[in-house]
Design a protein around this ligand. Structure first.
Ligand code: TEU
Length: 535
């Protein structure tokens, strides 16, 4: 595997609306991110992934874009983004933007033109379908609605949307659509960005026929269709080839064999991907299954391609709540961090993960703001399910869980804003916050900085082969990484009880652990140890 900067990088995800509010309006903003660049740089990360801040009516928190060349007023101005890019670069940080081109907002002028009639220049820039009002063309669902078809009175036709009805899907079969996307991408590259996180990019190729499916709730018919790679290879050729850019695809519905087709270096499509065999399909930590997934993806990709390692983001609740333990919050937050940073692949740190922020659960459905939650909750209650049952069944996985404001200190609103926060601040900000973590040598924050620093000093962490040493153990995750004569052994007790292990090594080989005492053969609950066993 050849060595490149992006394989060695750690990516920090900034969900700007919940990161830092610079003007007291209760909403995070780009100037708020600028104010915290020294903090981000202090983590040792190399890349910032900035969630969408383009002009948008904000139905889906910026993932419904009305102008790819403008900045949403609540985020700030283009000058702010220019300054953010410049200030990040001045600190050696790269910035990748979210590329959301499977769909636009229904308020994008492309869609407003397209829906005018069936003959205008953009009439086929979206996916229109004849039909009878009230009878959608097929039985599919969308991610955010019971049907991906919305009737348009103007055109007297249905249009297709994989997400909310306010997010019509672009028709990538239309070459003019593709060229308009490539032009926009080049414009942003010329503005100085360093790459893209490509939103559900494997949905841009639609199924050949819109016939009914057996299970509408299995949304895999929405993506990963034959022909998607031709679009990505064209995008690479037209925009990305020959440039030192970082591209990561959000690629649901794929296993390792299909995943390789997106990231194999010889195929010239994407550099890496997020797959969702864990985040979408594993409710909580099932270690045996998790280890199988890691092995399958490693065996399929290495050394041709690189996956990304994450367990939470703005769509998935905080990892310490879902895959760790709030009873062992600090220990399990550190264990998950050490695991994600020592497994093969590029690690992503979602803002607040580095201080062990937890996922909130609202007891009142009205506090959930996410369009995905609201639509599904209303659909199920309207179908007769008791609202309490619906709420409790959705609380763990609701996307709002990980969107509560960053907790900077123990002052009002966690130091996120001097105004009324747009989203409830997790009440535990009093104790879980950056200021407290900076003053605690045993904090998750200090541990994350050590982890990220190790990656800069030890190529084995990036390029090492991966061997699972106990794949059948239900509680222990023990694996090795080996590169150029250096072998690391990682020993994790992914469990809330202590366990004895023969995999423990002499203390002098211990590089990092999450307990102060790590000498015995007994691993404490959520104890994590990193050894260097040979040089
Ligand atoms: O996410 C796709 C999406 O629907 C995820 O929430 C999904 O649960 C999984 O993680 C991928 O299968 C992207 C954005 O991250 C999300 O915030 C947007 O709402 C969505 O696309 C539409 O743009």
């Amino acid at each position: 595997m050849n060595r490149t900067w992006w394989k060695e990088a750690v990516v920090y995800q900034v969900y700007w609306r919940s990161f830092n509010d610079s003007n007291g309006d209760g909403m995070g903003d780009l100037r708020g991110v600028i104010e915290k660049l020294d903090y981000i740089a202090s983590l040792g990360v190399e890349v910032i992934w900035l969630n969408p801040c383009y002009t948008s009516p904000d139905i889906d928190n910026g993932y419904d874009i009305a102008d790819y060349y403008g900045i949403m007023e609540k985020a700030g101005t283009m000058a702010d983004l220019d300054q953010l890019i410049e200030s990040a670069h001045a600190r050696g940080l790269k910035i990748i933007l979210d590329l959301v081109v499977n769909h636009t907002s229904n308020q994008h002028h492309w869609f407003e033109e397209s829906r005018r009639d069936q003959t205008n220049d953009k009439s086929d820039w979206y996916i229109w379908h004849d039909g009878e009002k009230g009878t959608p063309p097929n039985n599919w669902r969308s991610y955010f609605a019971p049907s991906p078809w919305t009737w348009d009175e103007g055109r007297q036709q249905y249009y297709f949307h994989s997400f909310a009805s306010e997010q019509p899907d672009l028709n990538w079969e239309q070459p003019a659509v593709r060229q308009a996307v490539y032009t926009m991408m080049r414009w942003w590259i010329d503005r100085g960005i360093d790459g893209f996180r490509m939103d559900v990019i494997n949905l841009i190729k639609k199924r050949a026929a819109f016939d009914d499916v057996e299970d509408p709730f299995d949304l895999s018919y929405l993506g990963n269709q034959p022909g998607v790679h031709e679009f990505l290879q064209e995008m690479h050729q037209e925009v990305l080839a020959g440039k030192e850019l970082f591209t990561v695809g959000e690629i649901p519905f794929v296993g390792p064999e299909d995943g390789l087709l997106y990231v194999s270096e010889e195929r010239q499509e994407l550099q890496t991907l997020f797959h969702f065999e864990v985040a979408d399909d594993m409710e909580e930590m099932d270690l045996l299954r998790y280890k199988q997934i890691q092995k399958r993806w490693y065996d399929a990709l290495y050394p041709k391609g690189v996956a990304s390692q994450f367990l939470n983001n703005h769509d998935h609740t905080r990892q310490v709540t879902r895959f760790g333990s709030e009873c062992y919050r600090v220990e399990s937050a550190k264990l998950l961090g050490l695991m994600l940073h020592t497994l093969p692949g590029i690690p992503y740190v979602y803002q607040g993960e580095e201080i062990g922020m937890t996922g909130i659960r609202f007891s009142d459905a009205s506090l959930y703001q996410d369009v995905a939650f609201r639509n599904r909750y209303e659909e199920r209650v309207a179908a007769g399910e008791p609202s309490g049952t619906v709420l409790s069944s959705m609380q763990l996985r609701a996307r709002d869980n990980s969107r509560t404001p960053m907790q900077w200190d123990d002052s009002r609103a966690g130091g996120f804003t001097t105004g009324a926060p747009w989203m409830t601040v997790n009440p535990n900000y009093k104790t879980i916050n950056v200021q407290a973590a900076e003053q605690d040598p045993q904090s998750v924050l200090v541990f994350y900085r050590e982890l990220i620093q190790l990656r800069k000093e030890h190529p084995v962490m990036v390029y090492g082969v991966y061997r699972d040493l106990a794949i059948q153990d239900p509680y222990l995750y023990v694996y090795e990484r080996e590169f150029e004569g250096v072998t690391w052994r990682i020993v994790l007790n992914v469990h809330d009880e202590q366990v004895e292990t023969t995999f423990a090594l002499p203390n002098e080989q211990l590089l990092l652990s999450n307990y102060e005492e790590s000498a015995s053969k007994i691993l404490q609950p959520y104890e994590a140890r990193l050894y260097q066993t040979s040089r």
